[in-house]
Design a protein around this ligand. Structure first.
Ligand SMILES: C[S@@+](CC[C@H](N)C(=O)[O-])C[C@H]1O[C@@H](n2cnc3c(N)ncnc32)[C@H](O)[C@@H]1O
Length: 333
């Protein structure tokens, strides 16, 4: 079973209140969702979204037992978070959680093709009912395309070397299984030698992110969720890859914005609406004890923001009366 990462810290960041309305955009096995609904009782509600039909089936059963009638579970892509939230009666939210990446269930299931430790078909789709598999992507891209994918999504320094090795190998026989790919990558990089992690880690990460359009989906989900937060609402995001974390940090930073001092006195805020404030200015990391218990928590980063209780208007209170020239803008200037 998936052990939820930074469970207490994440749900603490949401400051869950009884009767509140919440959205979990990566429901998984409902670890975070169960805790949110426990704290939101009585009267709390939660919309859970996951691309994976297996995860949705398991999470629905678990939530029905833990908090009967309080959760709605929907199979879908959180890139469509806005539409799904509106369709299912969750247009305004008190809290949103996103816990990116794969669940232990997905990783441990050889058939899903996420792991270089288990032999299985190179699939990697979070929703196995649609889209191109990792094997199909590997067979379609040319050397430049493969290298670009490994470089940008996996930050793999040996991207071109690996891409050429894949092209040579697939001329001999198609690469359709996880262990076959892991072996080609390991050989291309000259064995395990200098690597602390498995040499294929970055390539598997890149393929998973490409197959599932992870960055694009996360970007869309962040924007849609922020605009649906009620005043006082909060959002917490857990990431494991630096690319995902950079996107979250950049998006939150733009919504927190900054105060620009004006020559004539007072200040002007520049940023993207809705204006947010940091729950914690820096990313939070799992405690050593958690990493000992659950090594998969290693590398997790938690970032959280909140929408001020009085909405945009509440910021006016911070401006001294003598500087009434202060203006507020909604655009990035
Ligand atoms: C790390 S797990 C979440 C675990 C969950 N927080 C728990 O405690 O059980 C991430 C989940 O997000 C789902 N997922 C990934 N990308 C998604 C997307 N674009 N839309 C919806 N779900 C997605 C995966 O299928 C996976 O089940």
């Amino acid at each position: 079973m998936h052990i939820p990462v930074m469970l207490q810290e994440t749900v603490d960041c949401l400051a869950v209140r009884p009767g509140g309305v919440y959205l979990d955009a990566t429901l998984g096995e409902a670890g975070h969702a169960v805790e949110i609904l426990r704290r939101a009782a009585p009267g709390g509600r939660l919309l859970g979204i996951d691309r994976d039909p297996v995860a949705i089936a398991r999470a629905s059963a678990r939530l029905q037992e833990a908090a009967p009638g309080a959760a709605v579970c929907v199979q879908g892509n959180h890139a469509d978070l806005g539409v799904l939230a509106d369709e299912h009666g969750f247009p305004a939210l008190d809290g949103v959680v996103i816990d990116t990446g794969v669940s232990s269930g997905q990783l441990d299931e050889a058939e899903r093709g996420f792991s270089f430790m288990r032999d299985g078909p190179l699939d990697m789709r979070m929703d196995p009912t649609r889209g191109e598999t990792a094997a199909e992507l590997l067979a379609r891209l040319d050397a430049e395309g493969l290298a670009e994918c490994f470089r940008t999504l996996g930050e793999e320094p040996g991207a071109m070397r690996i891409a050429r090795a894949i092209i040579r190998e697939r001329e001999r026989r198609p690469i359709t299984t996880t262990l076959h790919l892991a072996e080609v990558v390991t050989r291309a990089l000259g064995g395990r030698g200098n690597y602390r992690r498995h040499p294929a880690t970055r390539v598997f990460q890149a393929l998973r992110m490409a197959v599932n359009g992870e960055l694009e989906a996360l970007e869309a989900a962040l924007e849609a969720a922020l605009t649906r937060l009620r005043p006082g609402g909060r959002m917490a995001v857990i990431t494991f890859e630096s690319l995902n974390d950079r996107l979250v940090k950049q998006t939150f930073t733009e919504h927190v914005g900054r105060e620009i001092s004006l020559q004539q006195g007072g200040s002007r805020w520049e940023g993207r609406l809705p204006r947010m404030t940091w729950v914690a200015r820096r990313a939070m990391r799992p405690a050593e004890e958690e990493v000992r218990r659950n090594p998969r928590a290693r590398g997790a980063k938690l970032r959280a923001v909140s929408r001020p209780a009085g909405g945009e208007e509440s910021f006016r209170d911070r401006v001294p009366q003598s500087t009434l020239k202060t203006t507020y803008t909604g655009e990035i200037v």
